[in-house]
Design a protein around this ligand. Structure first.
Ligand code: G4F
Length: 344
């Protein structure tokens, strides 16, 4: 039986990957923070070997690697929220950049032959309107993506310096019902369902006219595994190649729940979406959700992954919106106060 170690196992990608590897017969070890919510891995918790650890603590990583003695390592643990990274730039760098280095150091000294997947991100491309390939230049525009550029390059450097099998998956946005509630897709999916069910009056959003290449997270974990089954390590973009705006996601979500609302006012801070049946505003724009610097378009070419790994995404945009909204409709929540809703 192969042994896999996953950092960030309790998150969206970690939980899908753990299910995938268990189905393949792996012994799956996972690193979790003390008091981390384990909701998504709860159904499979008894089949996992969970270890407490923190990417800021070298000893805990050494211990986890010694316990797991992994054949494969999936390094997904990170502080992933772009907007928060401006508020916590030092913590972001410590966890994402130095945390990766600490993990690589543990692996280099304890299991140098383990195959390693590193979760890199499309955010590294930053200021660009082009469709990106693996050769694209990086121009990161926030503390999160700057920390990720460091962790990407240190991962590449361990491959080149020590001949370790390290692959970087440059992941474009990938979403699912397990997405954190602060990310815009989940926030919209939850919000429109709560509005439809009368539990929330209005959803507050930021810039609706940014374009993202949104894939379905549950399909993206297979390709992480595929990267580690090749003859040689390499880096790959993982994306759909298709872009849509936040506005399109919102309007599609309205369609799925059957909410008839139309835009009122000029696009931007003054606009609102008004419900046709009662004239109430169901979406307003709030400056607090705008970022100091925005990435207008992020779009990736997945040709290399298609060609070399024989992988391609199946779930397209409209289906993804439906999956996320359907999940919220089937998992209803108590009514929230307006203050709680605005804080998200
Ligand atoms: O859902 P988001 O917060 O994701 P973002 O910033 O694109 O980052 C995600 O994808 C990256 C891969 O490209 C990962 F590296 C990263 O870890 C994370 O998984 O925001 C998407 C877009 C942004 O342009 C944002 O300005 O939606 C816009 N937006 C508009 N209103 C909003 C909101 N974003 C959030 N979170 N909340 C809003 O109310």
């Amino acid at each position: 039986m192969k042994r896999a170690l996953i950092t960030g196992i309790a998150g969206q990608d970690g939980s899908y990957l753990a299910e995938f590897l268990l189905a393949k017969g792996y012994d799956v070890f996972g690193l979790v923070l003390r008091d981390e919510p384990l909701r998504w891995i709860d159904p499979i918790k008894d089949r996992l070997i969970l270890m407490e650890g923190d990417l800021r603590n070298q000893k805990s990583l050494d211990h986890a690697v010694r316990q797991a003695l992994p054949d494969e390592v999936y390094h997904l643990g990170a502080l992933p929220f772009v907007a928060i990274s401006w508020k916590q730039p030092v913590l972001t760098a410590d966890v994402n950049a130095l945390g990766t280095t600490r993990l690589l150091e543990a692996l280099r000294s304890i299991t140098p032959h383990a195959r390693i997947y590193h979760a890199s991100t499309s955010e590294m491309f930053g200021l660009t309107e082009e469709i990106q390939t693996e050769e694209g230049l990086f121009h990161p525009r926030n503390p999160y993506s700057i920390s990720k550029c460091y962790s990407h390059w240190i991962a590449v450097n361990y491959r080149e310096s020590y001949d370790m099998y390290v692959c970087c998956g440059i992941m474009f946005n990938h979403e699912s019902p397990r997405r954190g509630e602060n990310f815009v897709t989940r926030k919209i999916a939850r919000g429109v369902v709560d509005i439809k069910e009368g539990k929330q009056d209005c959803l507050y959003l930021g810039n609706l006219d940014v374009w993202r290449d949104w894939g379905y997270a549950s399909e993206y974990v297979e390709v992480m595994w595929l990267m580690l089954q090749q003859d040689a390590p390499d880096d790959y973009i993982i994306s759909t190649g298709e872009v849509h705006t936040v506005r399109e996601f919102l309007e599609e979500a309205f369609c799925v729940v059957g909410l008839d609302a139309e835009r009122n006012g000029k696009k931007g801070i003054e606009e609102a979406y008004i419900r046709k049946d009662n004239g109430q505003a169901v979406v307003r724009i709030s400056p607090e959700f705008f970022r100091p610097v925005e990435l207008t378009v992020l779009r990736g070419s997945n040709s290399k992954a298609k060609g070399k790994l024989k992988w391609e995404p199946k779930t397209r945009f409209r289906e993804l919106v439906r999956i996320m909204v359907d999940y919220e409709m089937q998992n209803t929540r108590p009514t929230q106060s307006i203050r709680e809703v605005k804080r998200r």
